[in-house]
Design a protein around this ligand. Sequence first.
Ligand code: C2E
Ligand code: MG
Ligand code: MG
Ligand code: MG
Length: 292
Amino acid sequence: YLAKEQGNTYQLYTPSMNDKAYERLNTEQALCKALENDEFEVHYQPQVNIITGQITGMEALVRWKHPEKGLVYPGDFIQIAEETGLIIPIGEWVLRTACLQSKAWQDAGYPPVTVVVNLSARQFLQQNLVETITRILQETGMDPKWLELEITEGVIMKDVDYTVKVLQELAKMGIRIAIDDFGTGYSSLNYLKRFPINTLKIDRSFIQGVVSDIQDAAIVSTIIVLARNLNLKVVAEGVETEEQYLFLRGKQCYDMQGYWFSRPVPAEEFEGLLKRQPFSRVVTMAEVAATE
Ligand code: C2E
Ligand code: MG
Ligand code: MG
Ligand code: MG
């Protein structure tokens, strides 16, 4: 259908545009159906404190169990969900599912773990965000102090006054706030002072180069010190290798997330990780002290 006959001439469409628009519409319709048919699934990735070896957090990451394509990752649909507004019902579903799961594990006697949920720009700027979160916490019986919401610098800087207002309301409820992908966005250090933020997550792109690139090493070290001086928790994301882990440990960054510990896994598998604590991948500081 790329070329359409018009009399004697062929009208060429720009294939990329046409395909894209078509695919977009397709994805939008499929996402609507996916919501109806319950095709989404939440996977959880542990955040590990390397001093205790305990899991301190679980980041909820949405996946789409597509009937034909199999498991589809957020990179392939979150953008479209964001543009069409479908991120609102999808995000609500993720939040409710993660809170229910966490509550169930707490009730079953596992040590409590912070539930970390991503909020997109559209979700954050939604008028009734605070009401929605309040309702979900009530419905699920989740204690707000175990919930941490992740937003990016871009979201924060969209409307600074509004952001301050919403973050203060969330903080008053006892919810924690993390800045995701820290260091990659446009933002001013000023907001770290103005906003009630609890956690900085160092972006994976910096962690990746930490052992090979002196600039990445410098940036990561600086963010760690910045967080410490501002009394913020700092989490390194995308830790994949022992070398990266050792570098971060040496810089006194003790909270990490990444494939080195575990990929995001379905709930049943995450429960296995909860049972098998302390994390076997972690040499605890006590063990380090004993061998040094
Ligand atoms: P994010 O919030 O920065 O999440 C971390 C992403 O990095 C996840 O990708 C995770 O699987 C991946 N990751 C973690 N450790 C490693 C590692 O060691 N190496 C590598 N290469 N990757 C690692 P995922 O699950 O594909 O999600 C991508 C993005 O989609 C997320 O980035 C987040 O921005 C967005 N997202 C995911 N779930 C949701 C959701 O429920 N709501 C919203 N609004 N956004 C979501
Ligand atoms: Mg995140
Ligand atoms: Mg991130
Ligand atoms: Mg992100």
